[in-house]
Ligand binder design. Structure first.
Ligand SMILES: CC(C)(COP(=O)(O)OP(=O)(O)OC[C@H]1O[C@@H](n2cnc3c(N)ncnc32)[C@H](O)[C@@H]1OP(=O)(O)O)[C@@H](O)C(=O)NCCC(=O)NCCS
Length: 175
């Protein structure tokens, strides 16, 4: 079942983000405190109220198994703008997609991508972009299979939480 994120989902979201195989692809240093997850939720609620994005969750029973957070973002950092300049129209940004490792590989990620697209299309946006670590093979496979095109690469962009320096791949999908 898919729904927008609710306050009661936050403890499980925080727990999943603190699983090593998940947080190694994000640029925070664990443990991620509950307070940071609450702050993130406030941002989601503001975007929901402004009609520019939302976070969709996948649930089994009342348990969160994954989520996808998207919102309108036409003005990324300057080093990313260069890759997007050839694509006209208002754009969404995929800020985070996560599936609990216990539930991965069953199509939840793919469904979450589509639910996120629907939110952005309803808001009138024409495409979506994202950045992912060059070594995140599952994520790159998921995006490429879904029609995302690789439009740029930022070399030695990020230090992962495990200390590894990685390139950032920028992808874009036209709706
Ligand atoms: C990337 C991620 C969201 C994919 O979610 P998912 O529910 O596994 O996605 P799907 O099941 O729709 O598709 C995953 C693809 O990778 C393959 N895959 C193989 N082993 C896998 C594994 N252990 N975990 C995930 N995917 C796997 C799947 O088979 C599938 O490809 P296929 O259908 O062509 O065979 C999930 O792995 C995740 O949360 N990773 C950690 C967080 C992260 O990296 N997020 C992205 C940051 S940019």
């Amino acid at each position: 079942m898919y729904d927008i994120v609710r306050e009661y989902d936050l403890p499980e979201i925080n727990r999943i983000l603190n699983i090593p195989s998940v947080h190694k692809y994000f640029n925070f240093h664990p443990p991620l405190p509950m307070e940071a997850t609450r702050k993130w939720y406030d941002e989601v609620i503001n975007n929901r109220k402004s009609g520019i994005g939302d976070c969709v969750v996948a649930r089994e029973g009342n348990k969160v198994i994954g989520w996808n957070y998207v919102f309108e973002n036409n003005e990324p950092e300057r080093n990313i703008v260069q890759f997007l300049k050839n694509y006209q129209g208002r754009k969404g940004y995929l800020a985070a997609i996560v599936v609990n490792p216990e539930s991965a590989g069953k199509g939840t990620g793919q469904s979450l991508l589509h639910k996120g697209d629907l939110i952005l299309k309803k808001a009138g946006l024409k495409g979506i972009w994202l950045g992912t670590n060059s070594d995140n093979l599952h994520a790159k496979h998921l995006y490429e299979r879904d029609g995302y095109k690789l439009i740029g690469k930022l070399e030695r962009y990020k230090v992962r939480s495990d200390g590894k320096v990685v390139d950032q791949m920028i992808y874009f999908k036209q709706f």
